[in-house]
Design a protein around this ligand. Structure first.
Ligand SMILES: [Zn+2]
Length: 253
């Protein structure tokens, strides 16, 4: 059994960019995403289906091709967005899912309006199409006996099976993303957490990175807290050679 994430990442090492305890995620190689591969077969199959069986003057052609294209494109966009924002990735996966649902309705309408049969989910045909994914990465050639079939009802039903399959995979991606988001937060949240952690580290050491140099002697300065005077309690950059050198700078972070 493949792990649950294999469909939403490119299988690359998720610890890449793990300077914040693995919280920054590598971006996805969408071409290896199973959902993208299935959506590509659906897109190509839909273009071919419309050319062969739908009146070119009909608005349905545009509608179906656009929905199929949107499904595929948004999976790719979502995967590309995954390195910066799981929230964006989740939104795009939802758009892809909605587009494929629209397309599903169009195929169901096509069959119903022409009095053509729909396959039951457990019919031998539906099971045969569904099981083709086991032979490896989905590609047009493997699905050709179904998608290039002379009977439009067979092609439409096969595409319906493939859309259900893509939707199943997208739902799984959504659940993994939602889980991920709750567990670890999105990228910007992770970045904020990383900044806070770094600031705490600097404060505990009393030294900040990129310390300015002393205006009098040029030494890298250290962060100090004023203990007397008007600014008592506030922080400032002091010269490490104090009290020989009295160089100081404002600390404004
Ligand atoms: Zn100095």
């Amino acid at each position: 059994m493949k792990n649950d994430r294999s469909d939403r990442s490119d299988g690359s090492d998720r610890s890449v960019g793990s300077d914040v305890g693995g919280a920054l995620r590598p971006s996805g190689g969408y071409r290896k995403l199973h959902s993208f591969q299935v959506a590509t077969v659906v897109y190509d199959g839909t273009v071919s289906f419309c050319e062969r069986f739908v009146d070119k003057r009909s608005r349905l052609v545009d509608q179906m091709v656009q929905a199929a294209r949107s499904g595929r494109q948004n999976i790719a966009e979502g995967s590309r967005a995954s390195s910066t924002s799981s929230q964006t990735e989740l939104r795009l996966v939802n758009v892809a899912r909605a587009s494929l649902d629209e397309l599903l309705l169009d195929y169901e309408d096509f069959l119903r309006q022409r009095g053509m049969p729909t396959w039951a989910p457990e019919s031998p045909e539906a099971v045969a199409v569904r099981n083709l994914w086991r032979a490896g990465a989905p590609n047009a050639e493997r699905y050709s006996p179904w998608l290039d079939h002379a009977n439009p009802a067979v092609v439409a039903n096969a595409l319906i099976c493939l859309i259900h399959q893509a939707n199943f995979l997208l739902d799984r991606q959504k659940r993994a993303l939602e889980h991920d988001f709750v567990q670890r937060g999105g990228y910007s949240e992770n970045l904020a957490a990383a900044r806070i952690a770094e600031r705490k580290r600097q404060q505990s050491e009393g030294v900040a990175q990129e310390a300015p140099t002393c205006p009098k002697c040029g030494q890298p300065m250290v962060l100090r807290t004023a203990h007397k005077g008007q600014r008592s309690g506030s922080r400032f950059w002091g010269c490490p050679r104090y009290p020989e050198c009295l160089g100081a700078r404002d600390y404004d972070r």
